[in-house]
Design a protein around this ligand. Structure first.
Ligand SMILES: NC(=O)c1ccc[n+]([C@@H]2O[C@H](COP(=O)([O-])OP(=O)(O)OC[C@H]3O[C@@H](n4cnc5c(N)ncnc54)[C@H](O)[C@@H]3O)[C@@H](O)[C@H]2O)c1
Ligand SMILES: O=C(O)[C@H](O)COP(=O)(O)O
Length: 387
């Protein structure tokens, strides 16, 4: 029986994909795997039996990835599974920043009991007039699962779209409309665009990427949309840019004590991925990833270990080993099998940065002695007997 702990509510459509060999438990310390959305895991004790964490969503800045890697805990996410939900939220944010629907709707609420409300509406509506987004220029920073959908949708709405992503994947490039203008220097986006939307992960290299220097280069009255993470924006600089009128509106899905109290901020309570469809997609993908990892040892969509697959486990014995990406590991692993006179029928080894993962399919069942001998090798952080 495998123990699963959910740190956030996870869609039942995902949870139903667990077989009878899995049970949901309350105590995270006893979990073999954890399912999480945005709950912060940075201060959490990671239990001795914890083999995997699946983030039902995209951003993994709430998970201590390196600490997990050191303990041989594989962290997964669900790339693209909530991208359409976020794209639609961005479009809503874009339209709300161009037209004062929020101010107008709130005003109607305030006069709704007046018997002359219909007349008042016609008289008062000019206060809430806005602009159209057609023919306006939008810069999309980060052309991953979400950025590509946003760029293509804005293009279809008649906007002039500028896209920037120095690390764009081949898949994303294929999916991008040929009408999107490819930008190699962010300054071009800052100089040209009426709207700028960010869709990059929060990393040390992207933290506060929208800072005073960036605002300085932007057009007067620019609108910033942030459906990625609050810390991508330097909020001291943002406050100044709003006060001076440089930034006309800041639309954020990540309000905090600072931005929620700023003028001209449209603060949305992190609703980007909160749709039935996105929640179902993320949960189903996360549970499938966990099951394939637990039952077969295969890794798909990990953010701290390499993707690695040997298909369904049908051999006499399969052993999965998380280890440091250092020389001589494979020789030492195969020597253990040789010493026990066990034939290796198949094997795979993959690495990602400082970490590597090896699976060995054996002609005989794995013995406790083999596991112990492998654990003793310097650089090994986890050994799992899959079968
Ligand atoms: N509001 C929400 O509910 C919600 C939902 C999903 C994701 N997100 C956030 O959005 C982010 C993006 O999600 P995604 O699914 O598109 O991820 P993704 O991994 O598919 O795309 C991220 C893209 O950013 C690019 N990138 C990285 N550093 C960059 C840089 N310095 N400049 C330009 N591009 C850079 C990468 O090359 C990649 O193409 C997530 O990391 C998460 O923080 C928010
Ligand atoms: O990174 C993500 O996938 C989003 O921020 C969604 O977060 P949520 O699962 O808490 O809605």
């Amino acid at each position: 029986m495998y123990n699963i702990k959910c740190l956030n509510p996870i869609s039942p459509l995902g949870m139903e994909l667990f077989s009878d060999n899995y049970q949901v438990i309350d105590d995270a310390a006893c979990a073999n795997a954890i399912l999480v959305r945005s709950a912060s895991m940075h201060d959490m004790e990671l239990g001795e039996n914890l083999d995997a964490i699946a983030r039902a969503g995209a951003g993994v800045n709430n998970i201590p990835l390196e600490k997990c890697a050191e303990k041989g805990i594989v962290v997964f996410n669900t790339p693209g599974a909530n991208a359409n939900g976020v794209k639609e939220a961005v479009l809503a944010g874009l339209l709300m920043s161009a037209r004062d629907f929020i101010g107008g709707v709130n005003w109607v609420q305030s006069v709704r009991e007046d018997p002359d409300v219909a007349k008042l509406v016609e008289k008062g509506k000019k206060k809430f007039a806005g602009t159209e987004i057609k023919d306006k220029k939008i810069g999309v920073i980060g052309l991953g699962a979400i950025g590509v959908l946003v760029a293509n949708a804005c293009n279809r709405l008649g906007m002039e779209v500028y896209g920037y992503d120095p690390f764009i994947s081949v898949q994303a490039a294929w999916n991008l409309s040929r009408d999107i203008r490819h930008i190699n220097n962010l300054d071009d986006i800052y100089a040209k665009c009426d709207y700028i939307t960010v869709h990059v992960p929060l990393l040390p290299s992207t933290e506060k990427m929208l800072n005073a220097q960036a605002f300085e280069k932007m057009k007067e009255g620019v609108v910033i949309l942030n459906f990625a993470r609050d810390l991508l924006v330097d909020e001291d600089a943002l406050s100044g840019a709003i006060a001076s009128g440089k930034v006309r509106k800041y639309v954020t899905d990540f309000p905090n004590a600072r931005t929620a109290n700023m003028e001209n901020v449209i603060a949305i309570p992190h609703l980007g991925a909160s749709t039935e469809e996105s929640e179902d997609n993320c949960a189903m993908m996360a549970v499938r990833e966990l099951r394939d990892f637990i039952e077969n040892g295969n890794i798909t969509h990990s953010v701290n270990y390499p993707d690695c697959s040997m298909g369904v486990c049908s051999c006499a014995g399969r052993i999965a080993v998380n280890h440091r990406n250092i020389p001589n590991m494979i020789a030492q692993l195969t020597s253990v099998c040789a010493a026990d006179g066990v034939n290796i029928t198949d094997m795979i080894n993959k690495s990602k940065g400082d970490w590597a993962y090896t699976m060995l399919d054996l002609a005989a069942p794995v013995t406790p002695k083999m596991v112990e001998d492998i654990r003793r090798i310097d650089g090994i952080v986890k050994v799992r007997v899959i079968k």
